[in-house]
Design a protein around this ligand. Structure first.
Ligand code: NCD
Length: 309
């Protein structure tokens, strides 16, 4: 079964063929958008964005994507401004969303929330981040960025993930997507923030070789450094967070010791882990990622609504 007309809940659901198709569709959309501002393909459709956790890029890019396809958007932001604050269950909220819209994107602090949502309603549900679980559409736009930088050729990519590998949901999705391309992976983190077992097993099953280290110097021989924020909101003990929050800082001085063509990626928002002195350096790919999010999310919305392009 193709990825089209489904919900997007986990990176695990995509086949290699799906990924090729999504990258290709995103590329065609990017090209088309350089000539016109609106593709006017989804005139009669409504996207609902339900963001019960903070977001800037993900929500705005989903909404911009729907607008640039000619569709409409309804949205609710933050538990405190929705009826969940009055005690309504997520299920009841969703039943209403189902009747008001054709597709919805959900961000929620509980792992598995979007899967539960998809079981409750008939319209396609997009997981826009479920707690410390996954963030598959970010993984796809990361993949598209790596592809555009020319590093996706099978068996050639070496990527280092830096920072909060335990709670970083974008990493959990991206490692699964990259396993289709035979990427070699390095995980750079404190012991307490290492990759959860669930994803280790997936990498083992896909025969992906990976190493783990504390040492940021491992960044020097990779094609891509994927840096992440320590996920403060997932720590139950704030002192633990304080201990790790400045664990790694990637700056111009470090990047100048790396491969000449290295791409430094970050899903954003960043705190201190990527220094702003890097922003104008050709290695900096993080604003490019955010930009690519628009094309990839347009491709995904089109696919889920089974609209041709
Ligand atoms: C990420 C997220 O929400 O998981 N942000 C994003 O969607 N671009 C990363 C983060 O919050 O650190």
């Amino acid at each position: 079964m193709s990825w089209k007309k489904q919900s997007i809940l986990s990176a695990a659901q995509f086949t290699s063929a799906d990924l090729t198709e999504i990258l290709d569709l995103s590329q065609r959309i990017e090209t088309a958008l350089s000539a016109k501002r609106n593709l006017k393909l989804l005139d009669d459709f409504i996207l609902a964005t339900l963001f019960f956790e903070p977001s800037t890029r993900t929500r705005l890019s989903f909404e911009a994507a729907m607008h640039r396809l000619g569709g409409r958007v309804i949205s609710t932001v933050g538990v405190q401004f929705s009826s969940l604050a009055k005690g309504e269950t997520l299920f009841d909220t969703l039943k209403m969303v189902e009747s008001y819209s054709d597709i919805c994107a959900i961000r929620h602090s509980v792992e598995g929330a979007s899967s539960l949502a998809a079981q409750s309603i008939q319209i396609p549900v997009i997981n826009a981040g479920d707690g410390a679980g996954e963030h598959p559409t970010q993984g796809l736009l990361d993949l598209y960025t790596i592809h555009k930088r020319g590093f996706l050729e099978r068996g050639k990519l070496k990527i280092a993930f830096v920072g909060d590998i335990r709670f970083g949901r974008t990493i959990h999705s991206l490692v699964q997507l990259l396993s289709h391309f035979g990427a070699e992976m390095v995980f750079i983190s404190p012991d307490e923030l290492q990759l959860p077992d669930k994803y280790r097993r997936l990498l083992d099953a896909a025969k992906i070789s990976y190493t783990e280290t504390h040492d940021i110097a491992a960044l020097r021989d990779v094609h891509v450094g994927y840096i992440t924020r320590i996920q403060e909101e997932r720590f139950t003990d704030h002192r633990e967070y304080e201990k790790f929050k400045d664990a790694y800082i990637v700056d111009l001085e470090l990047v100048e010791k790396c491969r000449k063509d290295i791409a430094i990626m970050h899903p954003l928002p960043r705190l201190s882990e990527v220094a702003t002195d890097l922003d104008r350096h050709p290695a900096a790919a993080y604003f490019e990622q955010a930009n690519n999010g628009l094309y990839v999310r347009m491709a995904l919305i089109l696919g889920l609504l089974d609209a041709g392009f």
